[in-house]
Design a protein around this ligand. Sequence first.
Ligand code: HEC
Length: 229
Amino acid sequence: MSRSGFFFPGLLACFAVSFGITVYAPHSQIGALLPSFKDEEGLITDVYPVAQGGNAASGREVYISQGCQACHSQVVRGSESADIDRGWGSRRTVARDYIFEAPPVLGFSRIGPDLTNVGSETWRNEPETDTLRPDKRDRAWQLKHLYYPKAVVKGSNMPSYAYLFEERKISGHPSSDALVLPAHLAPKAGYEIVPSSDAKALVAYLASLNRSSPLKEAGAIAALAPVKK
Ligand code: HEC
């Protein structure tokens, strides 16, 4: 007896089962996640996550267009990995952390450190006691790092993004945004190096990266010592 009549229904069944397992089931579990919040007698507080707006949202576009995600992940693994000990976060990240991101910039390799929480007070990328640790990683520090990474991180092998800055003649007063650089990198007398709007947005985005608010599905929060910002 020929069983060729089963071929197409069988093929369809295989497709339906794999669609159910790989697409429908995950989507029904996490496809409709909402932010977490506290409801105290009708007063809603501690809403997390919130959608990014303004300069940080534009900075995310710059981050993606410059390909930063080729070397930097934005996923912190839990205590089964060294991520938390390294100072990259106080808890693992979970699906809810990314609900306002389309697409989330998870990255695919870690040539550089994970940046999930680079805007938080506690983020570090060196042992806690490292004496070479920068005093602060504020906006001016981040701009200088983008302009010439070796200027602030000894032996850094991150590429320079100097093309996101402009060298221009000082007219009147120097700009408050002008980079303060060591003598061997400083521009010639009468000139200054200022960040473009893309560089400013990128740094606003980096400052906004902080996925350390507690979420119950993410488990315990590690206590990390704050570093000066
Ligand atoms: C070719 C790989 C590569 C690319 C692309 C790259 N980085 Fe990096 N990045 C690194 C490496 C390696 C380090 C560690 C050395 C250092 O800190 O400079 C690093 C470190 C960093 C740090 C942490 C510095 C610190 O110690 O606090 C930040 C922030 C950062 N990168 C942002 C960016 C941004 C934003 C982009 C895109 C404009 C980018 N990186 C593109 C490799 C890369």
